[in-house]
Design a protein around this ligand. Structure first.
Ligand code: HEM
Length: 532
């Protein structure tokens, strides 16, 4: 019987634990006062004695509150503490670059993600502390996603982009299903060599569940368990333990997505010629078996392979799907930008065919539509937190070792001193002034910083560009129509619990013209005869 189930079943243990926790908290609060009386920490709002800033920081859309505080305290670096955990929030690109890139070796660590541990993750690069295991995972995961190696996935990405647009046209009411299919299909193939058969594939349900679990679990490392680990042993029915309840309720989704595709890939490999399939799992399993056959040590264990493959699927699928949904939203809300990008695609392909990879370098405005989408709504508004390894001093402010470091990418991308009218969707803002633009810098930081920067950036950007170009060539996206055929503008709903995502919404999706539809159907039909 596990510790938590003993505690859940006995009325005395929770009481005893509460007393213990209270004593520990008092001890930590007193110790924290000693830190405060040392060198000058970055500023921050007033804290409670025992709970620190626990109650001050909102659980939803904390990035907006942090941006307000940055203005109030006139500091791009803010300091917080709660229940003995300390964190800073970097609200400018300059402070994020100075610390996470220029002093990257000191900020390459991650905090422990206790809530995610409760969710049952296997060793997964995203949550690994800086150290030999993390280096090994980055060494194994980076090469297949380098700029040059991602080209090997290009044909499959384009095929899936075409299938996505065909699906959106065939079933416009449920266009989101086609987007989900697209984002899962690309990474499922790369990670496991598995295919998605239709938008009701069980792999999509699996990916949806894990996206829900990660996307709504709150800002990473910010739950009460992350702030004060002993609370993970409290019963999850206590009123302030909702996030422990959430973690346990959704644990099944992380377990399923980690195990099931991995087992399917292993079965497939056992049934087919192992050299035939090209996928991350097949490649790593072949190396594993070869080492084992030659009695060589396997540093990258089966558990590591399983965790790394799940990272590709989880980190790669919901981020891509959420960004495609944003693209659809902003194209719908900004018909001018949509028309301009469509004209650019038409001009690049010269009519009569659909865009290919060779056209991408001619799609400058289309690329800016994507950049503007990143800027308007960074999916991880506070990034994935890093942690400091040693004491540091920045701008005269002391940053103790072990401090969690959030990057307020949302604040950086809505900084009025950098972006004019930051809440306006305006892709032209990046163009030089002589071309009618405002010469503003492309957004930076939405894929992270320094030594923990996203390894899937090149793959994600190419997937997004090919699907955007294909959508522009084949679809007209508009407001949904009412019964009288009139467009009905609306404000979509958002979720700011953890990731910042737009919730499913209706749109009018129609074919641009008969020729583009014919090309789409012809190309998709031809894929049936091609092995990828
Ligand atoms: C629009 C798509 C994506 C966005 C916005 C995104 C964003 C991010 C961000 C913000 C981080 C944290 C970086 C940091 O801590 O400094 C990250 C890490 C990571 N991403 Fe992505 N990502 C995307 C797509 C992908 C894809 C397609 C893959 C899979 C191949 C992937 C795999 C990873 C991994 C493994 C990490 C952890 C890196 C580490 O901790 O060392 N991501 N991503």
């Amino acid at each position: 019987m596990g510790v938590s189930s003993v505690l859940d079943n006995s009325p005395f243990f929770p009481l005893l634990l509460c007393v213990l926790i209270f004593c520990l908290l008092t001890f930590r609060a007193v110790r924290f006062r000693q830190i405060r009386s040392g060198p000058r920490l970055p500023p921050g709002p007033k804290a409670d004695f025992l709970l620190g800033h626990y109650r001050a920081v909102p659980e939803v859309a904390a990035f907006k509150k942090y941006a307000e505080w940055a203005k109030e305290f006139d500091s791009d670096v803010l300091f917080f503490h709660a229940l003995g955990t300390k964190w800073i929030v970097l609200n400018s690109l300059k402070s994020a670059t100075d610390l996470l890139e220029k002093r990257g070796s000191n900020y390459a660590d991650r905090p422990r993600f206790i809530m995610f541990e409760e969710m049952g993750w296997s060793p997964t690069l995203t949550w690994l502390r800086w150290g030999p295991k993390c280096h090994l995972h980055r060494k194994v995961l980076q090469p297949p996603f380098s700029k040059s190696r991602v080209k090997q996935y290009a044909a499959n990405q384009r095929r899936e982009a075409l299938i996505c647009c065909q699906g959106m046209l065939d079933d416009p009411e449920n266009w989101i299903n086609s987007v989900r299919r697209f984002s899962v299909a690309v990474v499922l193939k790369i990670a496991y060599g598995l295919e998605v058969d239709g938008s009701d594939s069980p792999w999509i349900k699996l990916a949806d569940d894990s996206a829900e679990a990660v996307g709504k679990s709150g800002a990473p490392a910010s739950s009460i368990m992350d702030r004060f680990p002993p609370t993970r042993y409290l019963p999850d029915w206590l009123p302030f333990m909702e996030r422990l309840r959430f973690a346990r309720t959704w644990r099944f989704s992380i377990e399923n997505i980690t195990k099931l595709p991995f087992e399917a890939a292993m079965d497939k490999q056992a049934q087919t010629d192992s050299n035939h399939e090209q996928s991350f799992v097949h490649e790593r399993i072949s190396i594993f078996r070869k080492n084992a056959a030659e009695s060589l040590a396997n540093e990258f264990t089966l558990e590591d392979i399983q965790g790394a493959a799940a990272t590709i699927l989880i980190a790669g699928n919901d981020t891509t799907a959420a960004t495609v949904m944003l693209l659809v939203l902003y194209l719908m809300q900004n018909p001018e930008a949509q028309r301009k990008a469509q004209q650019e695609v038409d001009c690049a392909v010269g009519g009569g065919r659909l865009p290919t990879w060779d056209d991408m370098s001619n799609l400058r405005y289309t690329q800016l539509v994507l950049q503007e989408t990143y800027r308007m709504n960074p999916l991880s508004p506070l990034g994935i937190p890093h942690a400091s390894i040693a004491d540091d001093v920045y701008g005269g402010m002391f940053i103790p070792r072990g401090t969690i470091v959030y990057q307020n990418v949302w604040a950086m991308m809505h900084d009025e001193s950098v972006y004019a009218e930051p809440f306006r969707f305006w892709p032209e803002r990046y163009l030089p002034k002589e071309e009618g633009g405002n010469a503003e810098p492309l957004p930076a930081g939405n894929f992270g910083f320094g030594r923990r920067i996203c390894i899937g950036k090149s793959l994600a950007e190419s997937s997004l560009l090919i699907v955007l170009a294909t959508m522009l060539a084949t679809l007209d996206i508009g407001w949904p129509m009412d019964e009288d055929g009139k467009p009905t503008p609306f404000e979509p709903d958002w979720s700011f619990k953890g990731q910042a995502i737009v919730l499913p919404f209706k749109a009018s999706i129609t074919s641009r013209n008969a020729k583009s539809r014919e090309n789409l159907d012809r190309e998709v039909a031809a894929f049936k005869f091609v092995q990828f």
